[in-house]
Design a protein around this ligand. Structure first.
Ligand code: PMP
Length: 448
């Protein structure tokens, strides 16, 4: 199929790059040397000039089933033909109910209800709002404080930005939300370097929550939100025992626990959700990305019956939660989601990720001695490779590695500063693991 995609530079390369203000992009550098794709199939992208690029990033942690899945495209087309849009407030369409049930079936026991939105950012803000509203419904209206974590990423809404722990994402945007605090990040290079899977060291980082309870009073805290593996800040898996301890402390103090599984959901760590891998059930899970294999924007929040049921009181004509989006449970997204879950199930892709994890980890760890590599972390089909920053130019080496990958080595990488993040589609073969690692090695040497 890829062979049928012709070099398209004449047709598809736009000659005016000015109008599109690209998100989270170094716009000026991009527009001098665009990295542009026009097609995708399986493990590969095709560039405007007809080159075939291996995708070590699943697009952006999205396309867990690989690119160009006909089953998903056909489901979207059939849905657009049958029902293009329906109002999600006060009216329904069957696919929304079907997808919600399918997701609830995949989720850990006790997480039974799904609220749909359109992105990971909306999912984070939705979960935070549900948490505060739920506390209020229980007569705990003083519990409005939200706790995130340093080096956490929960999207770009005001809520998600506030609980997020990335200075660069916050400092342009003023005071954000009131009443937010942060746990420390779970990473300590001295004690955890070159770990496969969950680091042995670091469960105690969860105890900082007791500190915040002491500082603010439990009766002011609504919820804690964490990623089981922080992805966007460089692949930081929760240490062994950390999430369990967070669960214990949150329970003890009546604080809700939210796992942001926008990246870790849908097989990335070898399970439907990371909650299952860690054996810890939060009160809510947020998801996006892999739910539709990236094909149509969609996000959502899975909640416990206890949270959901607390809202199902009051007069029957009144909406129970004053929150939602025009495109919540959009028919095209629901159709894409159902087709995607079929593929994950039929091709046993979560199990595949689980089975490939040791080989993937070992292959990536072989880059240990490459120039400037100061740490490597792997978990599931994900790896973070830290390169020593160039003095006075943090992030430049990573940026150059990403560009060298695309322009010179037919490799698409994600970066977080000077960390190279590998997060390939779960369909990848063992040979492709080798190919990706080989190319990453070349890129690392190229920017040394
Ligand atoms: N939460 C996490 C954990 C994420 O990784 C991301 C995106 N990388 C988001 C939220 C935000 O998702 P979106 O970009 O779809 O808004």
């Amino acid at each position: 199929m890829l062979d049928k995609i012709k070099p398209t530079s004449a047709v598809n390369a736009p000659n005016d790059l000015n109008a599109f203000w690209m998100p989270f992009t170094a716009n000026r550098a991009f527009k001098r040397a665009p990295k542009m794709v026009v097609g995708a199939e399986g493990m590969h992208y095709i560039t405007t000039d007809g080159r075939k690029i291996i995708d070590a990033a699943s697009g952006m942690w999205c396309t867990n089933a690989g690119h160009g899945r006909k089953q998903i495209a056909e489901a979207i087309k059939a849905q657009a033909d049958a029902l293009d849009f329906s109002p999600p407030f006060q009216f329904g369409q069957p696919k929304a109910f079907e997808l919600a049930s399918r997701i609830a079936d995949l989720a850990p026991e006790g997480l039974d209800h799904v609220f749909f939105c359109n992105s990971g950012s909306e999912a984070a803000d939705t979960a935070l709002k549900i948490a505060v509203a739920h506390q209020q419904l229980k007569g705990q209206g003083s519990r409005t404080r939200l706790i995130g974590r340093e080096r956490g990423y929960h999207g770009v809404g005001f809520g998600g930005t506030a609980v997020g722990g990335i200075g660069n994402n916050r400092k342009m945007f003023g005071p954000l939300l009131n009443g937010v605090d942060h746990l420390p990040a779970t990473y300590d290079r001295d004690k955890q370097a070159f770990t496969k899977g969950e680091p042995e060291y670091g469960a105690h980082f969860a105890d900082a929550l007791e500190g915040l309870v002491n500082l603010h009073g439990a009766n002011t805290i609504a919820a804690v939100i964490v990623e089981p593996m922080a992805g966007s800040t460089g692949v930081l898996p929760a240490p062994k025992g950390y999430l369990k301890r967070l669960r214990e402390i949150t329970k003890k103090h009546g604080i809700l626990l939210i796992f942001d599984e926008v990246i870790t959901g849908y097989g990335r760590l070898g399970y439907a959700f990371a909650a299952e891998r860690y054996g810890v059930t939060p009160d809510m899970i947020t998801f996006a990305k892999g739910v539709t294999n990236g094909a149509v924007p969609m996000g959502g929040v899975i909640t416990s019956a206890e949270i959901h049921d607390a809202f199902m009181t009051g007069p029957e004509h009144a909406v129970e939660l004053a929150h939602g989006y025009t495109y919540s449970a959009h028919p095209l997204a629901c159709a894409a989601g159902i087709a995607t879950l079929d593929i994950y199930r039929d091709e046993k892709l979560f199990e595949r990720a689980h089975a490939l994890e040791p080989k993937f980890a070992e292959a990536v760890m072989s880059l240990k001695d490459a120039p400037n590599v100061v740490d490597i972390r792997t978990v599931g089909l994900t790896a973070g490779i830290d390169l020593a920053p160039i003095a006075d130019a943090p992030g430049k080496r990573g940026f150059e590695a990403m560009n060298a990958g695309f322009h010179d080595h037919e490799l698409m990488l994600r970066i977080a500063g000077d960390t190279l993040a590998l997060t390939p589609p779960l369909i990848l073969s063992e040979a492709e693991i080798g190919e990706i690692v080989d190319k990453v090695g070349k890129v690392i040497r190229a920017v040394a």
